[in-house]
Design a protein around this ligand. Sequence first.
Ligand code: ADP
Ligand code: MG
Length: 354
Amino acid sequence: AETKKYFTRAQYGGRHMVTVLPGDGIGPEMVRYVREMFKVGGFPVDFEEVQLDSHNEDPENMIEAITSILRNGAAIKGNIETREHSKYFLSRNVELRLRLNLFVNVVHCKSNPGIKTRHKDIDIVLIRQNTEGEYSCLEHESVDGVVESLKIVTREKTEQVARYAFDYARSHNRKKLTCVHKANIMKMADGLFLKVCTEIAKEYPDIEFNNMIIDNCSMQLVSNPNQFDVLLLPNLYGNILTNIACGLVGGPGITSGRNYGPTHAVFETGTRNTGKKVAGKNVANPIAMLNASVDLLDYLQLKSYADIVRDAIYKAINIEKLHTLDMGGNATTSDVVNFIIDDVSSQTKIKAYQ
Ligand code: ADP
Ligand code: MG
């Protein structure tokens, strides 16, 4: 039960149109590799690029991005740096999520035998409310030296993300769902989140439901992560636990993240890093963004193409000399990308002759 999809939109001659937001840092390099791979593989996808980045603060640009994503139904995105002296007060990443009503963020953190990590056999899906809570962007200085930041929790948005999570659990054959909160302190805000999730849980008696306080959950996640199946999270806790979980299965360069709105989706890396320090050096791990492109192909129901890329990524991860710095190796970004593109190329050629 993913969100509604409109596969008939923006297609011409059986091709899909997808918005690309290269963003800052490693974003532009990463989306360039995705485009190259799609081209070499002959995938039926065309790209419409919108330069929504920290150096282009024309508000028309945000509108162009939103219009393009609503028209195409899907986007792939690099992270946008929030510069300190920007005339923009809001993070443009957050603004985009709010204006597109991308109400849920889904990150699947799964151990891979080819990646050395402390814990094995992790398989956790983190489902995060993506538009309210601490990210409501309602802050003000009421009097000098006193700042208030509003954390908004609504029954409507909580029900929406909770239903999404339970439907996801059911359709992906997941057994257990854990609601994470701090309702012992934020009795009203997190209290409502927990109450609504507990109510919705009753509609899904086939899914085991429990809840855990965020501090305990953070500790459990690093000491005994195998107990978790699906996590249902308010916005800020979701941000933090998603980063912890991505770290547990290999770091910022491995896992992808999906954002869904009512009629459209945005695909990006799971940890949403800009990776400014590693940009332009041919050292960043491209796997996370390539995995985001697999998510995109799945969303467009181009399953055979998604499988080809998934397969190529899996092979690359299991070749130690293709491990980048973050994975403890010394391969370059282009070593990894070239291997994957070559593999995609040979797989699509083989399929074409079958
Ligand atoms: P920065 O923008 O300063 O590089 P980020 O918050 O974007 O920091 O990223 C956090 C850390 O993860 C940084 O050390 C960054 O270099 C690293 N990182 C992010 N993405 C990747 C990647 N794809 N490959 C390797 N390292 C990465
Ligand atoms: Mg950064």
